[in-house]
Design a protein around this ligand. Structure first.
Ligand SMILES: CC(C)(COP(=O)(O)OP(=O)(O)OC[C@H]1O[C@@H](n2cnc3c(N)ncnc32)[C@H](O)[C@@H]1O)[C@@H](O)C(=O)NCCC(=O)NCCS
Ligand SMILES: Nc1ncnc2c1ncn2[C@@H]1O[C@H](COP(=O)(O)OP(=O)(O)OP(=O)(O)O)[C@@H](O)[C@H]1O
Length: 199
């Protein structure tokens, strides 16, 4: 069974995917793949350098992610240029990883931009982790040392909360405690495994 997992930045997706992995799901993490495809020595990094210039490399030769973030989250055209390089490479890796998963696995795709991608209906189920923007901002300020402006510009680069909720077959309200979150995820996973067995 193929399950999409999405949510706005800092909504709690990684926390949910870690619980699902613990429960037995195979998790494919698009953010992680988006980092791997631009590691040093990759064609992805070469393509990014060609489009954006070598000043976006750190002294060690890695992609300077904070500098790239500052650039693309304040300029939509630059963000689209970066996405046009990275997204096809991520998609290729997703297909490869999916092919190597056991046939009866619950495969969870953690994809921050699932609502934006227009591919939600290619999944059997879609879990949306939901939290209000103010909670997202609070978590980003607390954890990442970003300014409120940094946090708000990322939220503004993403689909609205409403646009994400319309693709959901399961909604995880993540405004409560971590214990409540775990209970809700366990309940959803039980439903997924039942459905996978029945199919
Ligand atoms: C601009 C980059 C280098 C900044 O890196 P940084 O380490 O600061 O952030 P990281 O990659 O860990 O992403 C954190 C979160 O930012 C949000 N985000 C990332 N890219 C995008 C985007 N293109 N549009 C909207 N939100 C985004 C997501 O919620 C993501 O979970 C990086 O985000 C990137 O390469 N983005 C383009 C690739 C992409 O779209 N990734 C998202 C899933 S495939
Ligand atoms: N219910 C909760 N109560 C308190 N803190 C939470 C809750 N859910 C998640 N968090 C915390 O909020 C932060 C963001 O959560 P997480 O990293 O899971 O979000 P994310 O959606 O994966 O973020 P990103 O989009 O950046 O990948 C983490 O520090 C996490 O521990």
């Amino acid at each position: 069974m193929r399950v999409g997992l999405t949510g706005g930045i800092a909504s709690g997706k990684s926390t949910v995917s870690a619980i699902l992995a613990e429960l037995g799901a195979v998790v494919i993490d698009a953010d992680k793949l988006a980092r791997e495809v631009v590691e040093q020595g990759t064609p992805g990094l070469a393509a990014v350098m060609e489009a954006f210039g070598e000043e976006l490399l750190t002294a060690d030769g890695d992609l300077d992610r904070p500098a790239m973030g500052a650039l693309v989250f304040s300029d939509t055209e630059k963000r689209r240029t970066l996405e046009a390089i990275i997204h096809p490479l991520v998609f290729e890796r997703i297909v490869e990883l999916e092919e190597s998963a056991p046939p009866d696995a619950v495969v969870v795709h953690d994809i921050p931009l699932l609502a934006e991608s227009g591919r939600a209906d290619t999944f059997d189920e879609v879990i949306v982790v939901d939290a209000p923007p103010e909670t997202q901002v609070e978590r980003m300020l607390r954890d990442r040392g970003w300014t409120r402006e940094d946090a708000e510009s990322r939220i503004a680069s993403q689909a609205s909360r409403e646009d994400r909720l319309v693709i959901a077959t399961y909604v995880v309200d993540n405004t409560g405690s971590l214990e409540e979150l775990r209970r809700r995820v366990e309940e959803i996973y039980a439903g997924l495994t039942d459905a996978a067995r029945a199919s």
